[in-house]
Design a protein around this ligand. Structure first.
Ligand SMILES: C[S@@+](CC[C@H](N)C(=O)[O-])C[C@H]1O[C@@H](n2cnc3c(N)ncnc32)[C@H](O)[C@@H]1O
Length: 256
């Protein structure tokens, strides 16, 4: 093997290890978008979960990420904050991937309509077939097919730390637009809460090859101030495991 191609191969295997830690294995996608979602783990992840006798979500948490119960723990926090007690009838999720949060959200409430925006076509198809959700045309940073003020709960988990700043903030404007007055917006970002110097050191040492956008950071203040200008107040924040460290889940309420 030539030195250059050996270097590329090392980078690729580093990227694979990194993506596995975020919940994914790498298989070439049928949906070419660029960035981390250029590679979709659908078949491989399904096979591995089946072989382990686990649901896909539990397989990702326990086996791929080494954080058993992590998804359920976020859902438990959201329940404690009253997010599901509001009985959301319409839910919208950006980047549901395997559906590990989607499945548990559906157990917490009974939305009559659950829209997804997912760039990975195989996963989107699987979620439509398995959970009866509505896959909206996904352009990459817009929720244009969803009308203003029509959604009770808008959520995204482990998405905004895998995309660029511009994709994230364009989605933020859209999330505020589609949420109905009184509705909730839930998403996580790797904020300064998650980035003390020791943790930055851990990311630098063990965070993988640095391939793609993961893990992208966004200032907490930027998110809170932006959503405030869009009529959405921060209600709560808590950390959840991500990769070699953590991410911060933010919960906003749109003013009634
Ligand atoms: C790290 S995965 C997280 C998946 C899932 N939320 C979870 O936590 O298991 C990021 C997901 O976002 C999707 N994604 C990436 N860019 C996107 C975009 N611009 N719009 C919608 N989904 C996107 C990817 O295909 C992938 O399913």
């Amino acid at each position: 093997m030539k030195a250059a191609s050996r270097g590329t191969s090392v980078l690729k295997s580093g990227a694979k290890r990194l993506l596995r830690r975020t919940g994914f294995d790498i298989v070439r996608s049928t949906n070419v978008q660029g960035g981390v979602d250029d590679f979709i783990p659908f078949e491989a992840t399904m096979r591995a979960a089946r072989a382990a006798g686990l649901s896909i979500g539990d397989h990702i948490d326990a086996v791929m990420n080494g954080t058993p119960g992590a998804t359920q723990s976020t859902i438990d926090e959201l329940r404690a904050l009253g997010v599901f007690a509001a009985d959301p009838k319409t839910v919208l999720e950006i980047g549901p991937g395997s559906g590990r949060y989607l499945e548990k959200t559906m157990k917490e409430c009974s939305p009559g309509r659950y829209e997804i925006y997912e760039t990975a076509a195989p996963w989107a198809g699987y979620l439509v077939d398995t959970f009866g959700v509505v896959a909206q045309p996904t352009e990459g940073s817009s929720l244009a097919p969803t009308p203003d003020g029509s959604v009770d709960l808008v959520q995204a988990h482990k998405v905004f730390n895998t995309v660029t700043f511009l994709v994230a903030v364009r989605y933020f404007f859209e999330m505020a637009r589609v949420t109905r007055p009184g509705g909730r917006i839930v998403f996580d970002v790797m904020t300064e809460t998650c980035l003390d110097p020791a943790t930055v050191g851990v990311w630098a040492e063990r965070g993988g090859s640095g391939h793609g956008s993961f893990p992208a950071a966004l200032p907490r203040r930027t998110c809170v101030d932006l959503f405030a200008t869009l009529g959405c107040e921060l209600e709560a924040g808590f950390t959840a495991p991500m990769g070699v460290a953590s991410t911060e889940v933010l919960v906003f309420a749109k003013k009634a």
